[in-house]
Design a protein around this ligand. Structure first.
Ligand code: UD1
Length: 377
């Protein structure tokens, strides 16, 4: 049986790694799938891509389509064309796509048009904000795909509401698997946070890359806000996504961030885990980082008006603040001295919510069963 995985953007490499490892483990005992990895090339900088394949021990992509950046239509079109070509050559039994990027949508659309079954990992997430490209990608991918692998009960409920219950399985979250697999090594080997000259619990971490937050007007509100949040006592470290770096430079806004904001390059996975684990607090517009903060017991302030990961809010791990200065500063004030007992409780709650590191095994089980039940051609 041949399984073809489509990835392209940084968070997808993290999600692919545990599934790929589980497939290799089963192949070693003579069961499971042959694996083909197609990298669309959506992320191409070494620090956004190669570093993750090396660090997470993912087999090198069988094909890299080199699709690169661009307008959504043009970027997705290049991916579609490339993926379709590979699918015709390789004729896999099933295609697996991850998350909600343009690479996800292109993989699902190319495969279903060729009659090849598609499984979607991280199915059922909804922000209900149709201005987000990711929301359109998720909804379209879920309705195209044949097997919907949902991380949480909330995601399952969304799928059921859209009439997709019979195709859905709750499997847990592969990001919990990745985190549990790498955390000990990160604690032993990463030089974060000391190498940045900051001390545990005495700094904040922020990330920003969403389209809505990297428009010049949004950056004019965001950067002074981050400057107000960071202080000499609690400096703010900001690993900069290339999109954000380019947007700040193009708008000539670098100075707005002030001296308490430390811009650094994007970090490899384990360094980021350590930086977040020791932080007093995280501020982010990333979906994955809201979850990782919860899994590590670090409180989070979300710089968006809504979240797909509502369980993080219900658990008391996350506050939705958008770019509203009162909400952001209030949440930072309330959260930044969270007691260690609360952090322990959050870590345990997250492990329970996301399947405790069993998602990859459940995904491969679900794929195996799905293929076994397909009608013969
Ligand atoms: C994409 C996903 C987003 C995900 C994010 C993770 C879509 C619609 N968005 O957003 O859901 O959270 O990945 O990082 O698919 N760039 C580089 N080097 C790179 C990659 C990007 O310089 O390796 C720059 C380019 O200027 C590019 C911009 O970043 O135009 C945006 O990249 P793009 O792939 O379009 O989307 P992301 O913002 O990374």
């Amino acid at each position: 049986m041949k399984l073809l995985q489509v990835v392209g953007a940084r968070p997808q490499f993290v999600k692919l790694a545990p599934v790929s490892r589980e497939l290799a483990r089963r192949r070693a005992v003579g069961s499971g799938f042959d694996e083909i990895i197609v990298h669309t090339g959506q992320h191409y900088d070494a620090g956004m891509s190669d570093v993750f394949f090396a660090e997470l021990d993912i087999p090198p992509p069988t094909v890299n389509l080199g699709s690169g950046s661009g307008l959504h239509g043009a970027q997705t079109a290049r991916m579609l064309e490339g993926i379709e070509r590979v699918l015709i050559e390789q004729r896999p039994d099933v295609v697996v796509v991850y998350g909600d990027t343009n690479s996800t949508l292109a993989g699902a659309l190319a495969a279903t048009k060729l009659g090849i079954p598609v499984a979607h990992v991280e199915a059922g997430l909804r922000s209900f904000n149709r201005r987000m490209p990711e929301e359109l990608n998720r909804v379209a991918t879920d309705h195209l795909a044949d097997l919907l692998l949902a991380p949480t009960a909330v995601a399952m409920a969304h799928l059921a509401r859209e009439g997709l219950a019979t195709r859905s399985r709750r499997v847990g979250d592969v990001m919990q698997d990745a985190l549990q697999f790498h955390l000990e090594q990160a604690r032993r080997e990463s030089r974060m946070p000391g190498v940045l000259g900051v001390e545990p619990r005495r700094y904040l971490v922020a990330t920003v890359h969403r389209a809505e937050n990297t428009e010049p007007d949004a950056l004019r509100r965001l950067l002074p806000l981050l400057a107000a949040v960071g202080t000499r006592a609690l400096p703010l470290v900001l690993p900069l996504h290339p999109r954000t770096r380019a947007a700040i430079a193009a708008a000539g806004l670098t100075e707005l961030a002030g001296p308490s904001v430390r811009f650094i390059d994007p970090l490899p996975y384990r360094d980021m885990l350590r930086l977040v684990e020791d932080a007093a607090l995280v501020l982010t517009d990333s979906g994955g980082l809201q979850k990782e903060a919860f899994m590590l017991g670090t409180p989070c302030v979300t710089l968006r008006g809504e979240t797909e990961w509502t369980e993080t809010v219900e658990a008391g791990a996350n506050v939705i603040a958008g770019l509203d200065p009162d909400l952001v500063l209030g949440a930072v004030e309330a959260f930044s001295a969270a007691p260690e007992a609360l952090r322990d409780a959050l870590r345990r709650a997250a492990a329970g919510t996301y399947g405790g590191g069993t998602a990859a095994a459940r995904i491969v089980d679900a794929l195996t069963q799905f293929i076994a039940e397909l009608p013969s051609p």
